[in-house]
Design a binder for this molecule. Structure first.
Ligand code: GLN
Length: 486
């Protein structure tokens, strides 16, 4: 059975549809593995045993009555604990939401449930998605399945670890500055951050609303295309959702990349990157050339300002979004004699240090005397970065860069130095600032046998080209077939 748990959705789904495997059997096998292995990995915050088996049974019943169901029917998923799930505790890995049971499902969850997906439970993350290592979770530190002394990346580190360790068939994460791609890279899986507005944000806890996007985290590229088919699309409940047609993402699988122009921005390579990361990327670029693509050097001259602009804009938006967690409406409330004392005590005890740091930073940059100097300036930098991409995309179809400057680092290595931690996202943040689609796929291992990720960046709404290039690369390599031994 463990072999089946390693298989991607597109293979397992066939077995379920042909009734060679029931969803209940599959779900039970995942639940057993979670019980056995997750004590080591620490990827789940909540496991919904009965609910999952009930959902699986419902799919099996429908299939035995002859209903024709889609590729996600009966497939066990482990969504990040930032998605609202009706009746299932949803904490965003924060003490302040301990005990919060959402009364409704987020749009993406609703869509996946409609397809017959099974929810195994909710997986760990950095508190309110702030972090790059999942060490900022209030509840548990998730470990990297490739080396249990190392971080799985973040903030969707529960997702990347669970997928890599075969503790779910796939996960869905969120990405504000890299939180899908960087953990995907560190755990050797596939992660896609769609174009801003492509996937509904409704019913997903907001961190920085102008940057947040939801996306799939999967074992391979085909699974990513399948999940995207059911996640993407306009939602009247999200005012920033784009009302544009959604292609069939699986139609990009197996397409040739002959003649495709792949841009290589020099700012993303070189001495700031771990040597093996640079080296693997060079080998990957050669492979893409062999597959018929043309490599073009491009320039994104303002890349170095991305991180600074992000750490003004994201905290500013977070300080506003997180004001709602005041002890009145959701989850945890501290005992106090007066209302203002209750607010103070709830927030003091409810938020962790990184979240407090961001709220203070955000409040500061938005304050009357500093708004122009920091917030407005950062917004201008954001436009400059977007224009860099616009210019560069006149010369290429897709860009290729490392996803993260290093492979997985040791637990505790960066947790006392926020700036070092923030640097984990230098390659991914500009993509969020520009609202573009970005994807990470496995492209090698370093000397310590830790996975290396390759980032693909696309034009607005062109997730299709990313899937096309990623799939062509995946078909020509076997990095995605390697599994950690646990
Ligand atoms: N690591 C970045 C941060 O801490 C990005 C997080 C994210 O994408 N949610 O803000």
């Amino acid at each position: 059975m463990n072999e089946i748990l390693q298989k991607p959705i597109h293979e397992v789904s066939k077995l379920i549809k042909e009734k060679k495997l029931s969803s209940v059997e599959l779900t039970q096998a995942y639940l057993d593995r979670i019980e056995k292995i997750d004590t080591k990995v620490g990827s789940y915050l909540t496991v919904c045993r009965d609910l999952a088996l009930g959902q699986a049974k419902a799919v099996d019943d429908r299939l035995s009555q002859g209903e024709v169901l889609g590729s996600l029917a009966g497939i066990p998923l482990g969504p990040k604990d930032i998605y609202l799930t009706k009746g299932i505790e949803t904490t965003c890995a924060s003490q302040i939401l301990k005990g919060f049971i959402p009364p409704y499902n987020g749009t993406v969850i609703e869509k996946l449930l409609e397809q017959g997906a099974v929810i195994l439970g909710k997986v760990n993350m950095d508190e309110f998605a702030m972090g790059s290592s999942t060490e900022n979770s209030h509840f548990v530190k998730t470990r990297n399945p490739w080396d249990l002394d190392r971080v799985p990346g973040g903030s969707s580190g529960g997702s990347s670890a669970a997928v890599a360790a075969d503790l779910c068939a796939a996960s869905i994460g969120t990405d504000t500055g890299g939180s899908i791609r960087q953990p995907a890279s560190l755990c050797g899986i596939v992660g896609l951050k769609p174009t801003y507005g492509r996937v509904s944000r409704y019913g997903v806890m907001a961190f920085a609303s102008s940057l947040d996007q939801m996306g799939p985290m999967t074992k391979d590229v085909e699974d990513c295309a399948i999940l995207m088919n059911h996640m993407a699309g306009y939602d009247a409940k999200d005012s920033t959702s784009l009302n544009v047609p959604v292609p069939d993402y699986t139609s990009f699988l197996g397409q040739s990349i002959k003649g495709l122009k792949i841009g290589v921005p020099k700012q993303y390579y070189g001495s700031a990157m771990q040597k093996e990361v640079n080296d693997s990327l060079q080998v990957a670029l050669k492979k893409l050339e062999e597959l018929g693509a043309t490599i073009v050097d491009i320039d994104l001259p303002h890349t170095e300002y991305g991180l600074a602009a992000y750490y003004i804009i994201a905290p500013a938006e977070a300080s506003s979004n997180l004001a709602r967690y005041d002890g009145v409406r959701y989850g945890f409330r501290a005992e106090a004699k007066t209302l203002s004392e209750m607010y103070e005590k709830t927030k003091t005890a409810g938020f962790g240090p990184e979240v407090k740091r961001r709220i203070m930073l955000g409040t500061y940059v938005l304050s009357a005397g500093y708004y122009d100097a920091y917030y407005r300036k950062a917004q201008k930098v954001r436009t400059v970065i977007l224009n860099d991409f616009r210019e560069a995309f006149k010369l290429c179809d897709v860009m290729v860069t490392p996803t993260a400057p290093t492979t997985a680092f040791k637990i505790g290595e960066k947790s006392n130095d926020p700036v070092q931690m923030y640097l984990s996202d230098v390659c991914t943040i500009p993509v969020n600032l520009a609202g573009l689609p970005g994807m990470s796929i496995p492209c090698g291992f370093d000397e310590q046998k830790l996975p290396i990720g390759m980032q693909l960046i696309g034009k607005p709404l062109d997730e299709g080209s990313l899937i096309k290039v990623a799939h062509a690369f995946e078909q020509a390599t076997d990095w995605h077939l390697k599994h950690p031994v646990l």
